[in-house]
Design a protein around this ligand. Structure first.
Ligand code: PMP
Length: 397
């Protein structure tokens, strides 16, 4: 299809105003229809869900349920269970705590991972579960031979891998990894926090068992996230109201479907607004967003690479990256660079270790990097303004 107009969709994001926002990997903004859905919930039908029968709870329950359907369709996961969480971190923890582990079980993850896809697995050490961490090659691609070897040694219950690095932008070959996992009877969890905002993601094609992502990075409200699973194989780790069919003196029958995993009053308005956010993205088209952002990403990487004193940490392969680019300027702390960009050019980027300290150690970057991350509303002009500002800062060292 034809390229969409970032200029046009920017009208839906008044917050963009006078800033150049390139910290979308941390959280993205919500377009007006999403904000309106939140406001409409508060103004017109705020109520609890799945409880009682009055008119407001009926509307809220129906819309909240429908939002799950929309999200499931967005990721091709209608056949599985789509659970609303607070964020990716909570989703991953639910899997780590919801599987019944036995001593000797093994989990495999990678050096690319965000702390949120590392610490929940490491904590299983107390239950006798060991953790293997797969490395990357010089071009940041995963060492699949090492993964194969690890799987062959046996005992691997689960492989937990990011779909796209929040530092380097490199994507991982999830379909291939899924094939390896199936061959060895291991479950596969995909951290799609960074891939979902930038490219089509279809769980039926990926072949994973769990998919985790953050609603607030896909134009949804903060406090929203998703755990999708192929089958309801997890034990619910939070118990209480709303997740049971019936409770007797001694025991309880858990509810079917996502309700089993959403104990307590959920973020009703946020969940409904997340449904609106994925509709918004679907209307633009994820493939079109992917192609558009790839053009800007290539421009950004090439531009940065030409500036003296700048080192770029990003995937050089067009087919295996998203719009997340790290860089450093020789002789300047990443914090200082981010500060200068904000103060002098109204450009907002992230600096630091991006919750990926093991990766920073691997890359030999104890101070971390500066990270620019794009969204569908990013323009070519904004990329050029960033490049000009980085040149200026680098010249002034
Ligand atoms: N995984 C990856 C790859 C991420 O980029 C992030 C957010 N930076 C997370 C997990 C955690 O997301 P959240 O803070 O929404 O739980």
């Amino acid at each position: 299809g034809k390229e969409f107009s970032a200029e046009e969709i920017r009208r839906d994001f008044p917050i963009l105003g006078d800033i150049i926002y390139l910290d979308n990997a941390a959280t993205s903004f919500s377009p007006e229809p999403v904000v309106e859905a939140l406001v409409e919930f508060e103004h017109r039908y705020r109520a609890n869900v799945g409880r009682g029968i009055h008119r407001l709870t009926q509307i809220a329950t129906q819309r909240y349920w429908h939002a799950h359907e929309k999200v499931a369709r967005f990721i091709g996961g209608e056949a599985g269970v789509t659970i609303f969480t607070k964020n990716t971190t909570e989703a991953i923890n639910m899997v780590a705590q919801g599987l019944s582990w036995k001593p000797g079980d093994r989990v495999v993850t990678t050096v690319l991972e965000h702390h949120s896809n590392l610490l929940p697995w490491r904590a299983l050490g107390k239950q006798g579960v060991s953790l293997d961490v797969i490395g990357i090659d010089a071009d940041y691609s995963l060492d699949l031979a090492a993964l194969e070897e690890t799987l062959e040694r046996g005992g691997v219950r689960l492989v937990a891998v990011t779909h796209a690095s929040n530092v380097l932008g490199v994507t991982t070959p999830v379909e291939e990894i899924a094939g390896m996992c199936q061959k060895h009877g291991a479950l596969l969890l995909v951290d799609a926090a960074q891939s979902l905002p930038h490219m089509p993601v279809d769980v039926s094609r990926l072949g994973c068992d769990f998919l985790c992502f953050s609603g607030h990075k896909v134009f949804g409200p903060t406090g929203t996230g998703v755990l999708w699973m192929r089958e309801a194989i997890l034990e619910p780790s939070v118990l209480g109201g709303g997740m049971v069919e019936s409770v007797t003196a001694e025991e309880f029958v858990p509810a079917e479907g996502y309700q089993r995993y959403e104990a307590g009053t959920p973020n009703v308005g946020g969940g409904i607004a997340l449904g609106v956010a994925v509709d918004y993205l679907s209307t633009i088209g994820m493939e079109r967003i992917h192609q558009y952002e790839e053009r800007l990403t290539a421009r950004l990487i090439e531009g940065l690479s030409r500036i003296e004193g700048v080192r770029v940490y990003a995937s050089r392969r067009a087919g295996s990256r998203i719009g997340v680019v790290s860089f450093t300027i020789d002789g300047l702390h990443p914090q200082e660079v981010a500060h200068l960009l904000d103060e002098e050019a109204d450009i907002l980027v992230r600096s630091g270790h991006h919750c990926c300290q093991p990766l920073m150690e691997h890359l030999g970057l104890p101070n971390g990097t500066v990270r620019a991350s794009l969204a569908a509303y990013t323009t070519e002009q904004e990329i050029d303004l960033l490049l000009a500002a980085v040149s200026e800062i680098s010249r002034g060292r």
